[in-house]
Write a protein that binds this ligand. Structure first.
Ligand code: 5GP
Length: 194
């Protein structure tokens, strides 16, 4: 998605440790017009699938998922990062290691919000090593729902997540795939820049 790539080039900040900061337009301050175009693009790419629910993870995924959901006309369910897990049978739970915060979270989704009849689109802002996504996939699979697709705003193609997820046979659409970054010059290189 060229508009997104142009914006990453203009306003993205490359930090040491392969971290791309996009907090001026995507995951802190949010450019709603851009995110609206992102929502439309997800709808265009998944227009052939009948989605009943969008699943994401707090916090950064929520705003993006909500805007996309207006084009799919479905509810959004977000996995919550829980400090302590109440294992009372009413929640699905897994653990996710945060790439940016370097800590492990318990994440939960209430069982009642995803049923085996659901056809789910998972949406998130970043895909790096795939830990967040694998956790979400596990939660949706535990609910017995089918995963029809995964929409990612920025995939870091030089990290393993994308390959792992595609090898699982998942339909993964990333709107911008970063192939490399240089924290000295601030340059960002993209795959298939069209
Ligand atoms: P993963 O679990 O795939 O390693 O990382 C995915 C999560 O880590 C995303 O939900 C995102 O919040 C965060 N993340 C990973 N890499 C980056 C990055 O380069 N920049 C930012 N801002 N977040 C990242």
């Amino acid at each position: 998605m060229q508009q997104l790539i142009d914006r990453i080039r203009r306003d993205g900040v490359v930090k040491p440790g392969n971290v791309l900061k996009v907090d001026s337009f995507l995951n802190h301050q949010m450019d709603i017009e851009l995110i609206n175009e992102i929502g439309k693009e997800f709808k265009r790419r998944f227009s052939d699938v009948d989605i009943t629910k969008i699943v994401t993870i707090e916090a950064s995924g929520i705003g993006i998922a909500c805007i996309a959901a207006q084009y799919f006309h479905v509810p959004v369910v977000f996995a919550k990062k829980a400090k302590s897990v109440n294992i009372d049978g009413e929640v699905l739970t897994t653990q996710i290691e945060s790439y940016t915060h370097k800590r492990v979270y318990d994440v939960i989704i209430a069982k009642k919000f995803i049923s085996p009849k659901d056809r789910v689109l998972i949406i998130d802002d970043f895909l790096a090593n795939g830990c967040a996504l694998l956790g979400l996939i596990e939660l949706v699979a535990c609910a017995g729902a089918s995963i029809e697709g995964i929409g990612i705003v920025i995939e870091k193609g030089f990290q393993s997540g994308g390959e792992v997820i595609r090898e699982m046979g998942m339909r993964l659409e990333s709107l911008a795939i970063v192939e490399g970054m240089d924290d000295k010059t601030g340059e960002v290189f993209f795959r298939n820049e069209v």
